[in-house]
Design a protein around this ligand. Structure first.
Ligand code: KIV
Length: 265
C-alpha cells in the first residue's frame, strides 16, 4: 500500500528558514493521533508525558521503553502527514551510545517514527552525535527537564541564561535538528531562537520560539487538577465525557437505552 508522504526532518527545519511557525502536539494512541494529524499539525510527539496523563503517575519517570514503543506503534500507524517523533524515556539516553542507538533504532524500525527526542543539551552531545551518525534524527530538550525533576527540586522555570545558551548550541553542533525549550523566560527563549539555525519548539517559553508544543490532554481539558500557567485549554472534554457517561447511566436505569433503534428485531 502506498502511503501519503509525511513531513520530513529537513522540511520541518526549512519552516524556520521560511519564517513559518511550527505546531507540535503529543498523541499516544491511534484515534487521537489520527485526529491531530488530520487537523494539519506539523509534528506529533509520543511524549513520556504519557506517564502522567495516560498512566496516572506523578512524574514522567515510570514509563518504560516497551510501553513507549507500544504507544509509538499506534501513533505510527495513524499519522499520514505529520513528522512523528518519539521520546526516549528515562533513563534510556544514559545507557551508553551503542545501547541508545540500538533502542532508538528499534523505534524507527518497528514503530514507523522518524525521529527521537531526548532530554539534555551539552551533557548529551556525544549521544546526539552518535544517534545522528547512525541516521537517527534527534530533537533535544533543554530548560525544565521533567526526567530530572528530583535533581531540579520540582517543576521550576529555568533562568540560567549562559548555561541554556551553551546547551542549545552544543545540541545544535552535535547535530540535533530541533530543540524543545521548556519553562524558560520568554526573552531568553527568543534570544536562543535567534542564535540557532535549527527550530526551537517552546512549551512555557513564550511566543518568540519557532514553534509550540503542548500535551494534548492539557489542550483538550482532559487533565484533572493542576493546570500549568503555560497551558491554554481549547476544550473542556472532561465535562463533555462526564455528562455523556452520566446521561448513559440515567438512560440505562430508566430503561430509555437501548431504544427500539438500537435493538435487533
Ligand atoms: O513528554 C512530553 O510530552 C514532552 C513535551 C511536553 C515537550 O516532552
Amino acid at each position: 500500500m502506498k502511503r501519503p508522504s509525511r513531513i520530513t526532518v529537513p522540511q520541518l527545519v526549512a519552516l524556520k528558514q521560511a519564517g513559518e511557525k511550527i505546531s507540535m502536539l503529543t498523541a499516544y494512541d491511534y484515534p487521537t493521533a489520527a485526529l491531530v494529524d488530520a487537523a494539519g499539525i506539523e509534528a506529533v510527539l509520543i511524549g513520556d508525558s504519557m506517564a502522567m496523563v495516560v498512566q496516572g503517575h506523578e512524574t514522567t519517570l515510570p514509563v518504560t521503553f516497551e510501553q513507549i514503543k507500544y504507544h509509538a506503534e499506534m501513533v505510527g500507524r495513524a499519522v499520514q502527514h505529520a513528522l512523528v517523533i518519539v521520546d526516549l524515556p528515562f533513563p534510556t539516553n544514559h545507557l551508553g551510545v551503542h545501547r541508545v542507538i540500538e533502542l532508538a533504532g528499534q523505534l524507527l524500525k518497528e514503530a514507523r517514527v522518524q525521529a527521537v527526542k531526548l532530554e539534555g543539551g551539552a551533557d548529551q552531545a556525544p549521544v546526539i552525535a552518535g544517534l545522528v551518525s547512525a541516521g537517527i534524527p534527534v530533537m533535544a530538550h533543554i530548560g525544565l527537564r521533567p526526567q530530572n525533576v528530583h535533581q531540579m527540586g520540582g517543576y521550576k522555570v529555568q533562568r540560567d541564561a549562559e548555561k541554556l545558551l551553551a546547551d542549545s548550541l552544543a545540541a545544535q553542533n552535535a547535530g540535533a535538528f530541533g530543540i524543545v525549550l521548556e519553562c524558560i523566560p520568554a526573552e531568553l527563549a527568543t534570544r536562543i531562537t535567534k542564535e540557532l539555525t535549527i527550530p526551537t519548539i517552546g512549551i512555557g517559553a513564550g511566543a518568540g520560539c519557532d514553534g509550540q508544543v503542548l500535551v494534548l490532554h492539557d489542550l483538550l481539558g482532559l487533565t484533572n487538577g493542576f493546570v500549568p500557567k503555560f497551558v491554554k485549554q481549547y476544550a473542556d472534554l472532561s465535562t463533555v465525557i462526564s455528562s455523556a457517561v452520566e446521561n448513559y447511566k440515567t438512560e440505562v436505569r430508566s430503561g430509555k437505552f437501548p431504544g427500539p433503534e438500537q435493538q435487533f428485531r
